[in-house]
Design a protein around this ligand. Structure first.
Ligand code: BGC
Length: 802
């Protein structure tokens, strides 16, 4: 139908643009074009609601409950699952042009263009459409979810007749219980999500309306409200009405050629597990009144100011690869959207961009997303950790149920209760509790936030330390072992002494002991005495770390190096991801690695390995890592850069950054991969910048791959905003605002001050690059094509060499 051919995303440094209409690509563009503030998320569906991939309006923390399916249940299996709900949709604005509905599948779209603007924080769209009977209109829309007014979203909608006077009818809706297709194979989950909302209250008058609903099983209540400002040259007829699941404002108006109808729609959302219908109703009405007072222009101005501030602390400039530049900013923008205003709610694996993973949060948050937020918008990191803290009672209960002490945080959850039905790669992945402790420690080091430590941090550290003390034991040699756990690699399960887990547990135990000593009152309140402190220190000191002197490498878990090799040579490339084609029992007993595990330890616990060990371990695991998870490439980029394989690091960084834009895992329709987007930051800042924060010292070891001309990044540490610029032979550091800062540059202590200072970059000769399993090497980026690629109209898929 469209005359303008769709060409994929265009390359541009500060925006994501898709020109032309491609119905088949809608699902994945809806995820990429989602707008969110961490509290409200709106997928990038068209205003007229159809054609569509998957509608989606999400409120962080708002879920429905359902039974978890087990053919054979066992003790301690979670009984209830949680699934994010598609709540009342306020994005819908339908248009009738002289009786013909605007629908891009009919008539002709002579121009269609959607743009997500990373600096403005809006999604806009321009469509020129000719109806089946030849009536032409131009529709311009722009939408935002406000970073400054947490409960607010707004849409500006404009229609212009292009050739003649036209009667236009606009219907602006709040629609609950939209029918959606669900991917789930479990009929109980599908049933829970079919009309999950029960209407409790509706009201409409003038140009505004409110709907209040409650979920059937989880008992959560939500309210959505809308109000409109209508601008048109001539008289209008407007009618508003509401029923249980629908509120609709209908506006009919004759617009002359050259005239314009403009509607500004303000939306407010709120939810609560406790508040009454009148209380929630009042809450959204009050939020709406505030937004109306600010007005569209005001909201746009506030949004821009918020983003200017964010970019001043977080921007990464990449010279020499425009597509990577765009992808890295896309990543940073979506990470902000996932975490900015979550305020004591989780940051889900997909943020609020789609229903994937049922809307659950995983260790992805603490180990991947929070390092980015800690150094760019630390308050958002603090709030995410406060969410974990708010689920402490559930984590204590879970530990108790499992016969353990302290707190066992869930593998996957929305409200803090364990929702993983597959315990070998769920409950057994206890490392999530150490990952949370590590995120606490990183946040404390980066901010010095003593209040947070006293109110939340110490408790998080001590309860997770208790978990490790009870989960592990001293064997007859005195070693402290942690047996029967699953590490980050989900192709091994329930193994003994996973090196990553043991190292992270050791850090957790020591950090808890130190924090308790800093806050003896908190420690006393939770009954920690010196005997317990000593036991944590003793466990940490005796932590067992398996090593194979013959091969000179660390097994990711004890016994791993004796497992049979996977037959990579004869594995059909169509059989990746392996988990969909081979039984877990076979994956578990072979040397095949889904995602960085020991290699993640090399990054996060790098102070426990010598440079030679890192090089050998990295090469060993490269040959066995298949990257069936999007959580791997970013980490592999970091360690490849550290051991000097800079070209390989570059390819991995590009893979992490482009995972969603290229739909590498063929599932972006269900939402973006927040951990992979965070991997883009990791690859640039921890990889080529060499950022490490072991023991609270900020260290850098900058290096550039041959294909790039320069990387510049900005960070915040202890209230100081500073910048690191990496050129071929030197790195330049300077403070943008705040006090001077002591950091390490390739091991040398330097003071970063307002005056830029340059330091030489030592050469590194890493030798031959490691090999990956056949067909599993990251795609090579073709630097020649990349350089020509400054042309904005080139589709991004062309820049890979074959
Ligand atoms: C990965 C996990 C991850 C989860 C959610 C899985 O495929 O193996 O490490 O937490 O996805 O992103």
């Amino acid at each position: 139908m469209t005359e303008e051919e769709p060409r994929g995303y265009e390359c541009s440094p500060w925006e994501l643009r898709w020109r032309g209409m491609d119905v088949d690509a809608l699902q994945r563009t809806e995820s990429a074009f989602a707008v969110s503030n961490g509290h409200i998320g709106l997928r990038g569906t068209l205003e007229e609601a159809e054609p569509r991939g998957l509608p989606g309006t999400y409120l962080n923390g708002f879920y429905e409950q359902h039974e978890l399916p087990y053919a054979e249940a066992g003790y301690g299996y979670p009984e209830e699952g949680q699934t994010v709900v598609n709540v009342t949709d306020g994005k819908i604005i339908r248009l009738l042009v002289e009786d013909e509905p605007l629908d891009m599948r009919y008539g002709a779209a002579t121009a269609h263009d959607r743009v997500l603007d990373f600096r403005k924080g809006t999604l806009s769209r321009t469509t020129e459409w000719s109806s089946p009977t030849g009536r032409r209109v131009r529709v311009r829309t722009e939408r935002l979810v406000s970073f400054t007014q947490r409960a607010i979203a707004a849409i500006r909608y404009e229609v212009e007749p292009l050739d003649e006077d036209l009667q236009l009818v606009v219907q602006s809706d709040l629609l609950a219980n939209e029918p959606i297709e669900s991917d789930t194979s479990d009929p109980r989950v599908a049933a829970a999500l079919n009309s999950p909302l029960v209407g409790e209250f509706h009201r409409a008058s003038d140009y505004n309306a409110v709907l209040v609903h409650q979920t059937r099983r989880s008992g959560l209540r939500m309210a959505a409200a809308m109000d409109h400002k209508i601008e048109v040259d001539d008289g209008i007829r407007a009618r508003i009405h509401s029923e249980e699941d629908l509120a609709r404002l209908t506006v009919a108006v004759d617009v002359p050629k050259g005239g314009r109808l403009r509607i500004t729609k303000f939306l407010a959302y709120g939810w609560s597990a406790q508040r009454s219908v009148p209380a929630l109703r009042s809450q959204v009405e009050a939020a709406l009144a505030g937004a109306r007072q600010t007005g569209w222009k005001g909201l746009i101005t506030e949004q821009r100011a918020f983003l200017d501030d964010y970019w001043a602390t977080s921007d990464i400039e990449i010279d020499g690869d425009p597509e990577l530049q765009q992808a890295v900013r896309f990543a940073l923008f979506h990470l902000l959207q996932a975490g900015a205003r979550g305020e004591s709610r989780a940051i889900a694996g997909k943020g609020l961009t789609g229903p994937g993973y049922d809307g659950h949060a995983f260790w992805d948050t603490e180990s991947f997303v929070l390092p980015v937020l800690t150094y760019t918008i630390p308050d958002a990191a603090r709030d995410a950790l406060r969410w974990r803290h708010s689920t402490m009672d559930k984590a204590r209960e879970r530990a108790h149920q499992l016969g353990l002490r302290g707190a066992a945080f869930p593998w996957r959850s929305i409200n803090g209760a364990e929702c993983s039905a597959y315990w070998p790669a769920g409950t057994a992945a206890f490392h999530v509790s150490a990952d949370i402790a590590d995120a606490v420690l990183r946040y404390l080091n980066a901010t010095g936030d003593e209040e947070f430590e006293r109110d939340y941090g110490t408790e998080l550290l001590l309860e997770t330390a208790r978990l490790w003390a009870s989960l592990g034991h001293h064997d007859r040699h005195g070693d402290f072992r942690i047996d029967g756990v699953t590490g980050p690699d989900e192709y091994s399960a329930v193994a003994d002494n996973n090196v990553y887990t043991n190292l992270m547990a050791r850090r957790n135990l020591l950090a808890a002991a130190e924090s308790c000593e800093r806050h003896p009152d908190v420690a006393a309140h939770f009954g920690v005495d010196t005997v317990e402190l000593d036991s944590w220190r003793a466990a940490a000191a005796a932590m067992y770390l398996p090593y194979d002197p013959e091969l000179g490498v660390h097994p990711q878990s004890e016994g791993f190096l004796d497992h049979d090799e996977w037959d990579y040579e004869n594995t059909d490339l169509a059989h990746y991801p392996l988990l969909l084609h081979f039984p877990y029992f076979d994956l578990y007993r072979k040397q095949v690695v889904k995602q960085a595990d020991l290699v993640l330890a090399l990054h996060l616990c790098g102070d426990s390995f010598s440079p030679e060990e890192k090089a050998r371990d990295f090469a060993y695991y490269e040959a066995r890592t298949v990257r069936d998870s999007s959580l791997s490439a970013g980490t592999q980029a970091v360690v490849a850069a550290e051991v000097g394989h800079l070209d390989l690091a570059y390819d991995y960084l590009a893979e992490a950054a482009l995972t969603d834009l290229h739909d590498v895992h063929n599932n972006v329709r269900n939402g973006l991969h927040m951990a992979s987007l965070a991997g883009a930051w990791q690859g640039a800042v921890a990889g080529f910048g060499g950022l490490r924060d072991h023991g609270g010292t900020l260290a850098f070891a900058p290096r550039l791959p041959a294909q790039l001309d320069r990387i510049t990044f900005r960070l915040m540490f202890r209230g100081t905003r500073f910048q690191v610029e990496i050129d071929r032979d030197q790195a330049t550091y300077h403070v943008l605002d705040g006090d001077p800062l002591e950091v390490l540059h390739h091991g040398e202590r330097i003071t970063v001050a307002a005056e830029p200072q340059r330091f030489a970059i030592p050469k590194i000769d890493a030798g031959e690059p490691p090999v990956q399993p056949p067909g599993r090497a990251p795609m090579r980026r073709d630097s020649e094509k990349l350089r020509q690629y400054a042309e904005p109209a080139n589709p991004i898929s062309e820049v890979y060499s074959d």
